[in-house]
Design a protein around this ligand. Structure first.
Ligand code: NAG
Ligand code: NAG
Ligand code: NAG
Ligand code: NAG
Length: 307
């Protein structure tokens, strides 16, 4: 009995603390090669599992633009009757990059395909809605490997490895633990995720290192304002480009026979403060071969409460 108790006690001393439910951190994510990581570089993360909100600031890949990704459940500013107020995930993508939307922000209430900088595991929720899950839930069977020097931070940290070994043949990294986690007694310090691709694949192995350059337990009061949204947030936003479906989804060659048609279906409810209307205008985008501007005429479509 005593031996079992001692074993449990020792085991607890040797096991990791892991990520807290609230923290503010500056991350540096890097892949084994520069293009391996979808969101490389230094970025700020505010993670608040207690209040179901997360903010992630990144530098966009296409124009080095600033982007803010934010997840919130039932945000205070949500317009009454809007999907957001009924408990949906709010997703804010706020760039100085008006490619996806012309407004300051957009929100999506449908299931999301793109996941931005959030962990892939967050996608595996009910019906694929993005959900806030614990940040890196550490597997229970990590093995304590003792102290290791962390050159990026110039300090010693305790290393924990997964018992599973991944053989990264493509990238010639070889056999490494599939997951490694480093922490000091105050805070998480680093993670390494490895995932091999099948030998016949043309993809590269995944070998992602995340260093937590700074780490604050809890959400400091000075950081609280980073979760603030415009008071009437949904009112300032338009439905995003994926708020509708096109069927069939293919390219058309315009013919005089009028055999080409498609169905456009709005998926998100109309936004009251935007007048309960969505207006869709079409634009011809001539390709190198076809310039259909002389034989086509596009009508504007208006979705209203009835239509
Ligand atoms: C972030 O990581 C990259 C790749 O390891 C490194 O070159 C760079 O100096 C790091 N930046 C900071 C601020 O630590
Ligand atoms: C992005 O943010 C940084 C820091 O706030 C700022 O210095 C930079 O000008 C911003 N970039 C753009 C494209 O606005
Ligand atoms: C880091 O850990 C190693 C191995 O335990 C030890 O030799 C070294 O003195 C430590 N360095 C610091 C700065 O604590
Ligand atoms: C398409 O071609 C016509 C002449 O064939 C030209 O007048 C028009 O400017 C062209 N439109 C575009 C968008 O290239």
């Amino acid at each position: 009995m005593l031996r079992i108790l001692l074993f449990i006690l020792i085991n607890q001393c040797l096991s990791q603390t892991g990520f807290p439910k609230q923290f503010q951190a500056i991350l540096n994510i890097s892949g084994s090669r520069s293009w391996d990581s979808p969101f490389p570089g230094v970025k700020q993360l505010l993670y608040d599992y207690k209040n179901l909100r997360v903010r992630f600031d990144i530098q966009g890949s296409q124009a080095q633009q600033n982007e803010t990704w934010m997840l919130q459940y039932k945000p205070k500013g949500a317009e009454a009757d809007s999907p957001a107020s009924q408990g949906y995930t709010m997703f804010n993508f706020n760039p100085d990059f008006p490619y996806f939307t012309k407004n300051d922000c957009w929100y999506r209430t449908n299931s999301m395909i793109d996941i931005g900088p959030f962990p892939v595991s967050w996608l595996h929720g009910v019906e694929n809605y993005i959900q806030i899950y614990p940040w890196y839930p550490l597997p229970p069977n990590l093995i304590n490997k003792g102290e290791e020097w962390i050159p990026e931070l110039q300090l010693n940290a305790t290393r924990y490895d997964s018992p599973e070994i991944c053989d990264l043949i493509h990238s010639r990294i070889g056999k490494v633990p599939c997951f490694s986690y480093f922490e000091t007694k105050d805070r998480p310090v680093k993670t390494i995720q490895a995932r091999p691709v099948p030998p016949e694949s043309f993809d590269n192995d995944e070998y992602l290192t995340t260093v937590y350059l700074s780490f604050t337990n809890g959400i400091p009061s000075q950081a609280e304002h980073l979760f603030d949204l415009p008071a009437q947030w949904p009112g300032y936003c338009g439905n995003a480009n994926a708020g509708f479906t096109i069927d069939p989804l293919r390219e058309f060659v315009i013919t005089p026979n009028s055999q080409d048609y498609f169905t456009l279906k709005l998926q998100t409810p109309l936004v009251r403060s935007l007048g309960d209307r969505v207006k869709i205008e079409f634009k011809v985008q001539p390709s190198g071969c076809f310039n259909g501007t002389r034989c086509t005429n596009f009508n504007t479509i208006v979705f209203s409460g009835e239509n």
